[in-house]
Design a protein around this ligand. Structure first.
Ligand code: TXA
Ligand code: MG
Length: 528
């Protein structure tokens, strides 16, 4: 039925091993025009024709000996060659060029459809122009549902490779890679050692520039949400992204590498798209995950990107365009150190020493004092008017007695106050990022507020129970009973240790210098 539709000049969506295509009879200009109309594709962007057998190549183009050699090596498969075209190829397909792009797909459904249609099938990726390519029938349905733009969709399940074919021009001398794909430059160079890479593969061409492949000029693969690509190590990238999520106040999503999920704030929508070390994995999932995130109505999507070789080049090339070349490298940014510890462990002393090294000391305990009134309305609506003093400001003592009376009250108080504390912390962090200054975020409740996710490393100052008890008794002039009560109310130490990168043992004054040396050595690798 689908083949009959193609023969009668209709447009059909069908699976290939790369992405779903929107096919029509390549020799029928009216049918081809329907593809452009359905996709909203710019007229100057030519189409690839799909054949079912190598012998068909010479019907539509003038293949060279090299073309046959490459066909033998890479066909059927995710590989497209640009060759001088024959007369029979209408201008509608070639967009007025004297060349044509040809591909012999490996997907059995695609090949059967082409064969039964008795013609070559011109097919771009089946997405609406500019949006992420479809790698599942459901993606195509999403783009065309409720329209009469296409006659039907053949559902062949998820595509094997997930990224469009490699496009190689044999009409350039030496041959030029126009679009990277699952057949890698390294593989092609076995046949073409002097292969060149089109400038457009990794770079944004200036306005008005002529691209060897017109498709590389257009805004492409992009979600509706504003999208930013972030390069760099896992933790550094997450620190930068988390800071921006809070700072922007926007509803954000993150498309990260497998295993990075836990580095992100719980307020963000986080989806992984594959292992950083396996680009084939990322290629197969990137469009699906981009589409899933975009369905959530996010205002901004951060995408983890890696500029690597092999199939990674294809992923990088698509994501550069999905982000409209808005790429940030998080690695060179100044470090953020977090310091925490239980009462009496000696956090403040250590922070004072580190502050003298020129780090900006962001003390969340003092921030919590001056940001308390920012949450006044929310606090009053949760805990009542009684928390207000005569002058209308919040009475901290009354608030504390009401909030700490129950675990729910404590949780609600934290939820409200942490929001304003974090806003102030990230304001300082982004200032320091611009000024290239190292930040030192200090607080007893860093983990509860998720502030440790804004830090490259978390340092925990530690001392035994008896030592801490003694210290707070003499420091805060408490009775033994009061001090014991204070320490009993502390968060579980195991929870802190789980997130800690460096434990600073502060048991005795004698050992302090040695610990400081050990810490300096540890921090050195984060100081650029
Ligand atoms: O994997 C694929 O190639 C998929 C499936 C459906 O086969 N098709 C696909 O088509 O990705 P499309 O139209 O989305 O991308 C074709 C690319 C565009 O960048 C276009 O500019 C380029 O190939 N192209 C087509 N004909 C060309 C020509 N004669 N000269 C230079 N570039 C050409
Ligand atoms: Mg496309």
């Amino acid at each position: 039925m689908a083949a009959a539709a193609i023969r009668s000049g209709d447009v059909v969506a069908f699976p290939t091993e790369t992405v779903y295509g929107l096919g029509a009879d390549a020799l029928n200009p009216d049918a081809v025009a329907k593809i452009f109309k359905a996709k909203g594709r710019p007229q100057n962007n030519p189409l690839i024709i799909h054949i079912h057998d190598v012998s068909e190549m010479e019907k539509y183009a003038y293949p060279t000996e090299l073309a046959y050699k490459l066909a033998e090596a890479f066909w059927p498969g995710p590989f497209t060659m640009i060759l001088p075209k024959k007369e029979c190829i209408p201008n509608a397909v070639s967009a007025g060029l004297d060349t044509v792009a040809i591909r012999l797909p490996s997907d059995p459904v695609a090949r059967k459809l082409i064969k039964l249609s008795g013609t070559a099938i011109a097919a771009p990726s089946a997405n609406i122009s500019g949006s992420p390519s479809p790698t599942r029938a459901g993606h195509v349905l999403h783009d065309y549902q409720g329209t009469d733009k296409i006659a039907g969709i053949i559902d062949g399940g998820p595509c094997e490779f997930g990224v469009e074919s490699t496009v190689l021009s044999l009409t350039e001398n030496p041959p030029m890679l126009l679009r990277p794909g699952s057949i890698t430059p390294e593989e092609i160079m076995r046949y073409i050692p002097d292969l060149t890479l089109s400038e457009a593969v990794k770079n944004k061409l200036p306005d008005g520039a002529k691209a060897e492949s017109p498709g590389m000029l257009h805004r492409h693969y992009a979600p509706i949400a504003e999208t930013e690509g972030v390069k760099g190590s896992s933790v550094r990238a997450a620190v930068y992204i988390n800071e921006n999520i809070i700072n922007s106040g926007k509803k954000c999503g993150v498309m990260c590498f497998d295993g990075e999920e836990k580095l992100y704030l719980s307020s963000a929508i986080v989806m992984s798209y594959g292992k950083e070390s396996v680009p084939e994995d990322r290629a197969a999932k990137m469009f699906d995950v981009l589409r899933q995130l975009d369905l959530l109505g996010l205002e901004k999507i951060f995408v983890r990107i890696e500029d690597d070789g092999g199939v990674g080049l294809a992923v990088f090339n698509r994501l550069l365009r999905a982000c409209e070349f808005n790429i940030t490298d998080a690695d060179p940014m100044p470090a953020v150190f977090g310091v925490t510890g239980l009462s009496g462990a000696g956090k403040t002393t250590l922070c004072d020493i580190l502050e003298e090294r020129g780090y900006d000391h962001i003390d969340t305990d003092s921030i919590s004092r001056y940001t308390l009134d920012m949450g006044k309305d929310e606090l009053v609506s949760r805990f009542g008017n009684e928390i207000l003093a005569c002058d209308g400001s919040i009475d901290r003592k009354i608030l504390a007695s009401k909030a700490f009376a129950s675990p729910e009250g404590t949780a609600d108080l934290n939820k409200i106050t942490h929001k304003y504390i974090m806003k102030e912390v990230v304001r300082r962090l982004s200032e320091n990022r611009v000024d290239n200054k190292i930040s030192l975020v200090d607080g007893a409740a860093l983990i509860e507020a998720e502030a440790h996710k804004l830090c490259d490393v978390l340092i925990t100052v530690a001392a035994g129970y008896d030592t801490r008890l003694e210290r707070i008794i003499s420091r805060d002039r408490l009775s033994v009973e009061q001090a014991e009560k204070r320490l009993a109310a502390q968060r579980p130490y195991a929870l802190i240790l789980k997130e800690t990168d460096f434990v600073f043992e502060n048991e005795t004054a004698d050992g302090y210098g040695k610990e400081l040396d050990r810490l300096s050595e540890f921090l050195a690798k984060y100081i650029k």
